[in-house]
Design a protein around this ligand. Structure first.
Ligand code: MG
Length: 361
């Protein structure tokens, strides 16, 4: 089944409220979408948010990588020779993980549609329901408490709280949220590289001593500071989750072997798509390192691709797939059902998105 066309478009979706981390403030999703067509007319869809501050990818770089390098390399190939197609994709251009992720998920979508099965079943089919956390942006403490309480009211039982802007002041911030939401809500803390090694150990130890019962702390220090990540991981009881430190399967291997994280956050935009993410899952399984499936500020199309992988793999024990919940509208039709904290897979072939409202060129 030959690939006959690879086209791109752009989509913009306003967020329900601004998304604020230690790295940035964002008000809308502005993503590139990809449509891959097979000779029988079937299509696969993919999506990428150009997240310059994390992946280095911009709108222009994503479009250029796809149009000038990836599309010419893949057009004419047999979608059912998926492993060969993936090899060609990853050799077409170095880096550019977001562009590769958008194309990779469109390829998997098309492949699964041609076979006639939902993607998560073809990749492993471990579960058909996922519970995601909800991100609480960095804001003044009263607003973070109010946002946390609103999330709990909406049925979220796991909160991912953004910190890292104020060092030790992050402790009373988390304490206030814990007091407000009570003991039954899981709290994850994401510092987005905002602390240094000594502060991280001090802050995390203080949170432990206060009994704040933190589920995990995500990326406390700079992405490239693997020694620092290892020191923190070994100094505290709270599980440390690597995010910005782990892009590729080789990054994952390095972190695992150096004891530089207890958990790995897999995002398709960092790995360059599902194909490389599966390698991280397999390696993590060998070492017994549990993974979280995360997302950037992505809308339902890209997050649904991540949901399929998350549903497929037992080693992915945590989900941070709240992109669609943060969007003010859902412009797509089909796909898994996003019902507050619960993501429910269904039997639609491929990723399941049946309509992408966008002009493809
Ligand atoms: Mg993170």
């Amino acid at each position: 089944m030959r690939i006959t066309g690879i086209h791109t478009g752009e989509i913009q979706i306003p967020l329900a409220r601004p998304f604020k981390t230690a790295l940035r403030t964002v008000e809308r999703v502005e993503d590139i979408v990809v449509r891959i067509t097979a000779e029988n007319g079937m299509v696969g869809y993919g999506e990428a948010p150009p997240t310059a501050v994390i992946t280095g990818d911009t709108k222009g770089s994503v479009l250029c990588a796809i149009r000038e390098h990836i599309a010419p390399a893949l057009t004419g190939m047999d979608i059912l020779a998926l492993e060969e197609v993936m090899e060609r994709l990853h050799h077409a251009i170095k880096g550019n993980t977001s562009a590769k992720a958008a194309v990779d998920m469109a390829l998997y979508d098309l492949w699964a549609k041609v076979i006639g099965k939902p993607l998560y079943q073809l990749l492993g089919g471990y579960r058909d329901t996922i519970e995601t956390d909800l991100t609480i942006s960095v804001n003044p403490v009263p607003q973070m408490v109010a946002d946390s309480l609103a999330a709990v009211q909406e049925g979220y039982r796991v909160l991912k709280v953004k910190v890292g802007k104020e060092g030790m002041a992050d402790i009373p911030r988390i304490a206030a949220i814990r007091e407000a939401v009570g003991p039954d809500i899981r709290i994850r803390v994401d510092a987005n590289q905002g602390w240094n090694v000594k502060d991280s150990i001090r802050i995390i130890t203080a949170m432990e001593d206060k009994g704040l019962d933190i589920d995990l702390v995500e990326q406390p220090v700079a992405a490239r500071d693997i020694d620092g990540m290892a020191k923190i991981t070994q100094a505290v009881y709270t599980p440390i989750l690597a995010d910005e430190s782990v892009f590729s399967p080789l990054d994952a291997l390095e972190l695992i072997r150096r004891g530089a994280a207890d958990l790995l956050n897999i995002k398709l935009m960092k790995t360059g798509g599902i194909h490389e993410a599966i390698k991280i899952c397999d390696m993590a399984s060998l070492y017994g390192v549990e993974c979280m499936m995360g997302c950037m500020l992505e809308s339902k199309l890209a997050v649904s691709a991540a949901s399929h992988l998350c549903a497929a793999k037992g080693i992915v024990t945590r989900a941070d797939l709240d992109g669609p919940s943060l969007c003010s509208v859902d412009p797509f039709q089909g796909g898994p059902a996003y019902d507050g904290a619960m993501i429910r897979m269904n039997d639609t072939p491929g990723i399941g998105i049946t309509s992408v409202p966008c002009d493809f060129t």
